[in-house]
Design a protein around this ligand. Structure first.
Ligand SMILES: Cc1cc2nc3c(=O)[nH]c(=O)nc-3n(C[C@H](O)[C@H](O)[C@H](O)COP(=O)(O)OP(=O)(O)OC[C@H]3O[C@@H](n4cnc5c(N)ncnc54)[C@H](O)[C@@H]3O)c2cc1C
Length: 286
């Protein structure tokens, strides 16, 4: 096994693209190292991206935020500007594992591990986040929901690395929120989760919305009908009822020891409703 710590993106991409055997990217390692230690994978090449220039930074520009692929979830929690504009994304990142895990783990690792229950992904999908990908063919940007294609699988080609997650600058009167259900108070995998992102007009009517559900299908679901249940209304009881009903109906969950299909469907509706209420209040809705 070869371990390298390149200093530039070009070098990292070149090494990954040219590697004849299996290769893995190492960010925080909180998924990768666990899987290696468990004997599930043994990559021939490990490319540690943490020393690459700029990857450990959160950039706040006129267009929005660029969160480098080596930025830990703990660092996201310390960014006042990110907390102010995207509190739902930050609260999802800060639910991952424990303080110790958050000191290492990244949202890009969470996305690329491609677990259906990954906590940051529904919040990122609801936020309309994009992934900036660098590969042998150059740079491209895709919606985050296009990255995971199934449990443990991504659409990334050989040699491709996600350089950053991009979040737009917020319009006035916007808010987002993320909630998950776990049977304990922390350090558990989501049984169901929901991310909601809203923008209101001056009267407090929902102008635009995105609703995403986690752990209820092989990949995170972006539920357009749920957004439609909110758009054009204040967040009244009828809108919340319709949102919950649509979300419960959109689920395609599995039955397992952590939750039945029926339970997951019900909780998806409840969480979407509660996340929408929080997002609405954060957007200044009354
Ligand atoms: C004790 C513990 C508790 C946990 N609790 C939670 C939890 O509550 N919620 C949750 O969602 N997860 C949880 N996890 C899983 C894990 O911490 C997260 O998925 C984390 O965000 C992974 O980030 P990382 O930087 O550590 O990824 P890594 O382990 O470094 O990488 C994960 C995968 O992504 C790939 N990858 C990493 N960076 C890139 C990149 N830039 N471009 C392309 N591919 C890349 C890697 O090759 C690997 O396949 C937990 C893990 C542990 C050990």
């Amino acid at each position: 096994m070869r371990y390298i710590r390149p200093l530039s993106m070009e070098d990292a991409v070149g090494q990954l693209a040219g590697s004849p055997g299996t290769a893995a990217i190492l960010a925080g390692g909180s998924d990768l190292l666990v899987r290696m230690k468990g004997g599930f994978i043994e990559p021939d090449l490990i490319v540690d991206i943490k020393a690459i220039d700029g990857l450990g930074e959160i950039r706040d520009t006129a267009e929005g935020f660029s969160i480098g692929a080596a930025v830990s979830c703990a660092l996201m929690g310390e960014s006042a500007a990110l907390n102010r504009e995207w509190p739902g994304v930050v609260e999802a990142a800060k639910l991952i594992g424990s303080k110790q895990v958050q000191g290492r783990c990244t949202i890009v690792g969470n996305l690329c591990n491609a677990s259906p229950a990954a906590d940051s992904v529904p919040a990122l999908v609801a936020a309309g986040a994009r992934a900036l990908i660098v590969g042998p063919g150059g740079r491209r940007t895709v919606a985050v929901e296009a990255v995971p294609t199934g449990p443990g699988k991504t659409s990334l080609a050989k040699g491709e690395i996600i350089e950053a997650i991009l979040l737009d600058r917020r319009a006035p009167r916007s808010g987002d929120a993320y909630l998950r259900f776990i049977p304990r108070t922390e350090m558990d995998i989501a049984v169901v989760s929901a991310g909601v992102n809203l923008t209101l007009d001056e009267q407090g009517v929902v102008k635009s919305a995105r609703v995403a559900l986690g752990a209820v299908a092989p990949t995170v679901l972006l539920v357009e009908e749920a957004a439609e249940a909110l758009i054009g209304r204040k967040l009244d009881e009828a809108a919340l009822e319709r949102l919950a009903k649509v979300c419960s109906g959109a689920c395609r969950p599995i039955d397992d020891k952590r939750g039945t299909v029926e339970f997951r469907r019900k909780v998806a509706g409840v969480l979407a409703r509660r996340a929408a209420t929080t997002a609405y209040a954060r957007a200044g809705g009354k």
